[in-house]
Design a protein around this ligand. Structure first.
Ligand SMILES: *[C@@H]1O[C@H](CO)[C@@H](O)[C@H](O)[C@H]1NC(C)=O
Length: 515
């Protein structure tokens, strides 16, 4: 709830400017903790705005919201608002972290409002929400229904098949912002479309225009979702910020064809690669990507990043990278061979590693290529700091960390039991045998000694030398400790708190944010 604290503070400082103008005869329902629960629980469809009086976007929305409320009153859709400066706990319960936050409520269940913020836009979005999640499809309206979107789904089940109808409805509700769902109970129509009941047919404006799903039993939400997630992604689309999340969420590895948009062979290669993508459908998703605009993304996938075309696969769950920089003469053939090996588990992920350094400091410099040697040294408790050269907190920690390493180096007993190490996390990929999720710099971890020990304990204390010594002594297998000779020196470092900086530097953040 950090966001909450931040705006609560802003609310305090801004309170004087906005002596909330009391609205007269509003169509927008005001909700407080006394009546919020009952209101949302009873309304079949309502839109609730969580706002703060001082927020500019909220002020801009207010007249539009008011106008929409008036219009929507005709269709019995209510618009309500919660003042988060007065109803802190209500807003907390709703995970409100920014203003305004709008949510659609149906009998107490909420989904995010993803619609426009102009009156007519709000009205049309909410009216669409009013339509049944599943529309009836017949011979007569089939063509019209197919034209509703680039991807529409028609499910087939018997009218009295309660299980199928229930699962279908839940699936449709869960996807109602994104997907148009229809249902038909006509055996004849199913036959005409080549599907057995129960099953589903998707109509698309890309790739094959019609795809069929045969249910394994009754319709199930899970099967429908899998079918939708897979078939709504084109075989080979261009990836951009707009559709990247869909690929990320699918969980399948993502294969990138990096190509210069000006390349004269681009179209022809994409056609051939689409055939390859078809062969790996359901195992790997394939996309093309503007190599010039996203060259930094190619580098992040451990491609050289300066010659095109190039190809790489990334496991979207583990982050493991598989670059293929030499595409040879037959691009589609190389990609097919590469993906075949990948799908069989026959490829090793590529790991970026800094050059093996000379050890000149008491702090051991670890690179990926020597990770096992230093970090997975079974004999030692190993303290590892993952840092970034640009990270200010890391720079401030450096003298303390160096001093800590000196203490262990200069203690004959402790030196045999403890290693103090660091690794530049921007130059070195974390090897797959190390279960580390890097989310910020610095990250400090202890790998306790022990045969085959691969677990890390994360350090979350203050960045003082005493705390670090205590951590190694209590969490390490050897319980090795060292004594601080000059306590007054330690006192000077006690102000550094356990703050971290995100694992993406701000300069690079913009590049990565695009994807
Ligand atoms: C909830 O309470 C507030 C404050 O008393 C009131 O202004 C508002 O009209 C009430 N809303 C409902 C839906 O009863």
């Amino acid at each position: 709830m950090r966001g909450f604290a931040a705006w609560a503070l802003a609310a305090l400082t801004a309170a004087c400017v906005c002596s909330a103008t009391e609205e007269t005869a509003s169509n927008v329902v005001k909700l407080t903790k006394e009546n919020y629960s009952q209101f949302v629980a009873e309304e079949p469809l309502a839109l609730v705005e969580f706002y703060a009086p001082w927020c500019g976007h909220c002020q801009a929305l207010a007249p539009q919201y008011e106008e929409a409320a008036k219009e929507l009153a005709k269709s019995e859709v209510k618009l309500a608002k919660v003042d988060c400066t007065a109803e802190e706990s209500l807003c907390n319960d709703n995970d409100v972290t920014g203003f305004p936050t709008l949510k659609v409520f149906r009998f107490g269940h909420s989904t995010p409002y993803n619609g426009p913020r102009k009156a007519d836009g709000i009205v049309s979005y909410m009216n669409k929400q009013k339509l049944p999640a599943v529309s009836p499809v017949t011979w007569e309206n089939l063509e019209e229904f197919k034209a509703k979107d680039k991807f529409v789904l028609v499910a087939f089940c018997e009218e009295l098949d309660e299980a199928s109808n229930k699962e279908l409805k839940e699936f449709a509700e869960a996807n109602r912002d994104a997907l148009v769902v229809g249902v038909s109970h006509s055996e004849a129509l199913a036959k005409e479309l080549g599907v057995k009941v129960p099953g589903a047919v998707a109509f698309r404006s890309f790739d094959e225009p019609k795809v069929v799903m045969q249910a394994s039993g009754a319709l199930s939400q899970t099967e429908l979702q899998q079918f939708y997630d897979l078939e709504s992604l084109p075989l080979l689309d261009e990836v951009s910020a707009d559709n990247f999340m869909k690929y990320a969420m699918s969980g399948l590895p993502l294969a990138y064809y990096f190509v210069d948009p000006e390349s004269p062979t681009r179209e022809a290669e994409i056609q051939k690669l689409t055939e390859v993508a078809k062969a790996f459908r359901g195992k790997v998703n394939m996309v093309s990507i503007d190599a010039v605009k996203f060259s930094s993304h190619a580098k992040a996938l451990n491609l050289p990043g300066d010659s095109w075309p190039a190809f790489a696969v990334q496991n979207m769950e583990s982050g493991a990278k598989y670059p293929l920089s030499d595409l040879g003469q037959d691009l589609a053939g190389s990609v097919h061979a590469f993906l075949t090996k990948f799908a069989e588990g026959g490829l090793q992920p590529s790991l970026k590693s800094g050059a093996i350094p000379e050890q000149t400091s008491p702090v051991i410099s670890v690179v990926t290529d020597e990770f096992d040697k230093w970090v997975f040294d079974d004999a030692k408790d190993v303290l590892l700091e993952l840092y970034a050269p640009w990270c200010g907190h890391c720079k401030r920690l450096a003298p303390t960390y160096e001093k800590l390493a000196e203490l262990y180096r200069d203690d004959a007993d402790a030196a045999k039991l403890v290693t103090i190490a660091k690794m530049d996390g921007t130059e070195n990929d974390i090897p797959p045998n190390a279960d580390i999720v890097l989310t910020g710099f610095p990250t400090i971890l202890l790998k306790p000694a022990g045969s085959g020990a691969r677990e890390f304990v994360k350090y979350e204390g203050d960045r003082t030398i005493e705390s670090l010594i205590d951590f190694v002594a209590t969490k390490g297998t050897h319980k090795a400790s060292v004594t601080l000779a000059a306590p007054q020196e330690a006192a000077a470092t006690t102000s550094e708190h356990a703050a971290t900086e995100t694992a993406t530097p701000s300069a690079e953040a913009t590049e990565h944010d695009e994807l």
